[in-house]
Write a protein that binds this ligand. Structure first.
Ligand code: AHR
Length: 324
């Protein structure tokens, strides 16, 4: 009899323990399934504030977080890869739910992304890609930079049907947009066009101006076209061309990329011929993907953003509705 009651006690204890532990499993999986925008914690490692485009991109990331009630931890790396890596490490240490970042250059990210993966934190690349194995990131949200370069090449062909010598202002050395816009342009550029010089202006207005001054000093009015990898460098170059005594958009045809408001203003003034759009307003899509990644959804390798090409004839009409 004593043995029987002992057995009953042991069995009751066993069922209580099993019951408790399966109950806590359920609540753990409930918690995981319950991630919403309001309890999502996001770490975002931004590149810097090198261009009008980047300012608009940062505003989109911050404003959308506020609208959705997401807890956003944001850092600005001042265009330095080591600062971005340090920011990602601090987000891992804080155990955020998901990390977003725009890799300033393509290489050198494997170690830190492996650390994020080991910590079970999904990483979303936004705007720029890093050259890393597929298993190290949840998805890439951003533009087709090669296609932007191809479009720019086609536009230069139309502007210079007789061909001629052109110069190129390249973006940040080693960055995905600089690499891809460089190669895409060459895919479509006509045979009668010759790129006589190609230098980096690091995507900034100041360096765009400086490098264009050097081009003008070396080649003067031999130059009939300028291909700038972003609008900010083109706007800096426009200043240099005017100071040199030539008419931007007329003596030197200019094609650039981004379609920021400054480019529309330059087109209205007849100083810029074409801008190929690169959309920075990635906030809404980013948080949608972030939540889906945290809740365990498999995401596509690449979610491309939709983009257009703009010309001076519609610039005045379109400028008031441009958001960046
Ligand atoms: O990665 C996107 C590029 O970065 C934009 O074209 C440029 O303006 C920015 O700084």
């Amino acid at each position: 009899m004593r043995k029987l009651s002992l057995l009953v006690v042991v069995m009751m204890a066993f069922f209580m323990i099993v019951g408790c532990s399966s109950g806590s499993d359920e609540s753990a999986s409930d918690d995981a399934a319950e991630k919403t925008m309001e309890n999502l914690v996001v770490g975002y490692a931004q590149i810097g504030a090198e261009s009008e485009w980047r300012t608009a991109n940062t505003a989109s990331i911050k404003e959308t977080a506020e609208e959705l009630g997401v807890d956003l931890k944001f850092s600005d790396a001042q265009q330095k890869q080591e600062n971005q890596i340090a920011a990602i490490r601090s987000y891992i240490a804080e155990d955020v739910d998901v990390i977003g970042f725009s890799p300033v250059v393509e290489t050198g990210w494997e170690t830190v992304l492996q650390e994020a993966k080991d910590a079970g934190i999904p990483v979303i690349m936004v705007d720029r890609r890093a050259d890393v194995p597929r298993e190290l990131y949840a998805t890439y949200l951003g533009s087709d930079f090669v296609e932007e370069g191809r479009k720019a090449g086609n536009e230069m062909n139309t502007l210079l049907p007789e061909g001629g010598k052109i110069v190129e202002l390249v973006g940040t050395v080693g960055s995905a947009p600089a690499n891809d816009r460089y190669s895409g342009f060459r895919e479509t550029m006509a045979d009668n066009i010759e790129i006589i010089d190609s230098q980096s202006g690091d995507f900034t207005r100041a360096q765009g101006k400086e490098v264009m001054e050097a081009f003008l000093k070396n080649y003067g009015d031999e130059i009939v076209g300028l291909y700038a990898h972003n609008d900010d460098m083109a706007i800096g170059a426009i200043q240099a061309i005017e100071e040199f005594g030539l008419q931007p958009g007329v003596d030197i045809k200019i094609v650039s990329i981004d379609a920021v408001r400054g480019a529309f203003e330059a087109m209205i003034d007849g100083k810029l011929n074409v801008t190929v759009e690169c959309n920075p307003l990635l906030g809404p899509q980013f948080y949608d993907l972030a939540l889906r990644a945290v809740n365990g959804e498999e995401l596509p390798e690449w979610v491309p953003s939709e983009e257009s090409v703009y010309y001076p004839d519609k610039a005045e009409e379109l400028l008031p509705e441009r958001q960046y």
